[in-house]
Every structure is written in C-alpha cells, then in structure tokens.
Design a protein around this ligand. Sequence first.
Ligand code: PMP
Length: 349
Amino acid sequence: MSPPAGPRGPACADDAVVRLGLNESAYGPLPAVAEVLREGVSDTNRYPDFLPDDTRARIAQHLRLPGAQVTVGAGATGVALAVLQAALRRGAARGVDAPEMLTATPTFDGYPILAEMLGMRLEAVPLDDVGRVDLAAMRAAVTARTVAVVVCSPHNPTGSVVDESELHEFVRSLPAGVITVFDEAYVEFSRHSPDLWRLIRTFDDLLVLRTFSKAYGLAALRVGYGVGGRQIVTEVRRFELPFGVGSAAIAAVPVALAAEDELAQRVRSMRAERDRMADMLRAIGCPVLPSEGNFLFLPGIEGVAIGHLLRGCGVSTKECRGHGTRITVGDRSSTDYLVASLRLTAQTA
Ligand code: PMP
C-alpha cells in the first residue's frame, strides 16, 4: 500500500505522509488566486496597507454590510486576539480584576493559548455526551468576572453546530457587556449555520469570526475577519495591528471572494468526501460523530487508539487530550489510504 499523492512532503511539521492534523483544505489556492499571488511576488520590499481598509471594504461588500461592521486580522486567530483585548478593556472599565474567558472543552487550541497570552483565566465547560457545545452548562458557568464567551459552530474538534434559536436564547441571557465570540471558521462546510445578518442585528455585544484559512484554502496567507454591530467592531478595530495583514492576503481576498462558483464547487466536493470518509470509517467499526466541518471526530479511548494507529501509518491526526481524535478530511486518495491503513492494521493485529 503506497501513500496517496495527496498533501505530504517535507512541509509536514511531523513528517507525516498524509497530513490530516490541522484542518487544512485539501486544495491549494483557486487558479485566479494563485495567479494574483504570482504577480505580487516582486513587490515584497513594499509595506502592505497600514490598516486593511480595502480588504475590509471588499469583505463588507461581499456580505452586503457597511465597512464599519467588519474588522480584519491575521487569520481568525488575529481577530480573536483583538476581540479578546476589547473584552479585557471593557472588563477593566467595569472593574473586573481577574477576567475570565468562557469556552467549551475540548476546543480550538488557539483559545487557551490566547487566554494565557492575555493573562485571562480560562473557564472551560465540557461538551455534552455527543460532542455538542452545552449552552446551558456554559450559561451556568458565567460569573461576574466573565468578560468573553466563545462559541464555535461548527465546533472544533467535533463538528457539531449550535441550534439558531438556542444560540439566540443563550446570548440574550448573558449579562450586559459580556462579549460573545461566535466562531464560524468552518461555516462554509455547514448546512445549518445561523443567519449571520439576523445575529449581528439582534446582538450588540457579539462578533462573528470567519476565515480564509479553511474553505478558501488560504491558511498560509493569514487572513480572517470579524463581523458585528458598529459599536463592537469599533472597539475591536482599536486592536487591529498596523501592517498586520500582508500584501499577499490583501491581493488574494477580492479574487477569492469573486470566485464564488469555484469555491462552492470545492465545498461540495469536500462535503461529499467528508460524508464518504464517515461512511467508510463507520463501515469498519470506527465511532464517528456527525460533523459539519471539514473534519471528523472519533470520540473516546477508541478514537484515541485509532489516532495512534493512524499516526503509526504516517497519517497525522489531532489527538484531543484523551477526548478522542480529530481527522481532517483530505482528498479521495488520503481517505482511501487511511481506511486501507486501518483495515490492514486490523487484519495483521
Ligand atoms: N477558529 C477555529 C474554531 C479553528 O479551528 C481555527 C483553526 N484551526 C481558527 C479559528 C483559526 O483559523 P485562522 O487560520 O483563521 O487563524
């Protein structure tokens, strides 16, 4: 069994032959994006825009929103850093001396890292038994020190999505001033995302995060954005880093947004591959949670053990500290390789 022609090579941080550990897109840039990136290569001696105002305007136009409702940063991670800084500033203004961030656990590793960087205490609430964000338990964990609450949908690592009306009820129940970060890094892969416009119209203290790293396949460019009401976006924009969004990202974003049809085609393929991979894994007895992201989660110790087996076969996956293993959906050949690896291991065990 030879490894597939999919993502691999020396660029893999862990020397994996199949790289399924970071929820990357299985595809490189769209052809028009690759072209604009090639054109920009000779201008690297020049600084990019001081602030990403043109990029902001393009994203806003794409979403049919005013530019004042969009903030742009170095990936959704950069925007998350900015919104958490804004939350800390609000907390300081109302005299919170030991500010807390509330998240689900397990979650995207970036949140514990950002909490540590910013000196915030992290209050992490376990997911429910089927890998969903437990909004009732999260609400119960809010204290007078909570300055920010993070809800990811689709959730990393399980791929679960929150119900729109439950989300509204949850955000409505939060104390005034607490910022909700609604992280939609994987929204393009989901069929059940809450209405963005209704959400930001209804809640002043909520910022929706999105990124070009996942469906658009531009993780290396580091560009993401936040969308919300004018007031919260104004507060977050105070933390936009000067020259923080690079020229390659600035050039790529309008082209990527314009390539809607090609993106939709890719997303359809990735969803189809996700569903095929889930079926194949279930058919050989692996536990797989339903997922609306570009990844699957295999829960429990069985999931952890499967992750170990796969890593032994050169497939990098993400182990979520004893909770299970997350596997990114790659291309067809990587799915075939990983399923064949598991079959072979079972036969030779
Ligand atoms: N949010 C979630 C839920 C993620 O899983 C990730 C990346 N794995 C991010 C945000 C960060 O993405 P970006 O590359 O845009 O910083």
